[in-house]
Design a protein around this ligand. Structure first.
Ligand SMILES: [Zn+2]
Length: 142
């Protein structure tokens, strides 16, 4: 089990990451509102703007996804379960949690997951495989 100061440190990291993500999500929302107003402008920019817009929306989905993961971690933290691996029930090292605060797997299970994903995934499927909702979506502090 983690010490109180370790838990406090993790809570701080998660809170900060959550605030930052919420802000990015908000700016995506603002962008989409601006976008509505700008419809009907020059058709030359339109395709470029369309592209920007969908990139923003994809980002927004990613923020939402990560915020969900952070909320889940905050619950696990409250229940004193944040350092328990969901795969095997073993302890997750505090250092690992600090580096990847949204992880719910110990390094062994994570590596095994990645090997399985690599075996299943077909090369060249592109963007659809990304952020599929399984495993980690990357460190929140990247
Ligand atoms: Zn494990």
């Amino acid at each position: 089990m983690l010490s109180n100061s370790e838990k406090e440190e993790l809570r701080g990291v998660l809170d900060n990451a959550r605030r930052r993500l919420a802000k990015v999500g908000q700016s995506a929302l603002n962008y989409s509102m601006n976008h509505e107003r700008n419809i009907g402008r020059d058709s030359i920019d339109e395709s470029m703007e369309e592209e920007l817009f969908s990139t923003e929306m994809r980002l927004h989905d990613r923020e939402k996804y990560l915020i969900g993961k952070i909320d889940k971690q905050l619950v696990r933290l409250r229940d004193d379960a944040i350092d328990l691996c969901e795969g095997c029930g073993e302890k997750i090292a505090f250092k690992r949690l600090l580096a990847r605060p949204v992880t719910t797997l110990c390094i062994d299970c994570k590596e095994q997951n990645e090997r399985e994903e690599a075996a299943v995934e077909q090369p060249g499927q592109g963007a659809t495989a990304e952020g599929g909702g399984l495993g980690e979506a990357g460190a929140v502090d990247e």
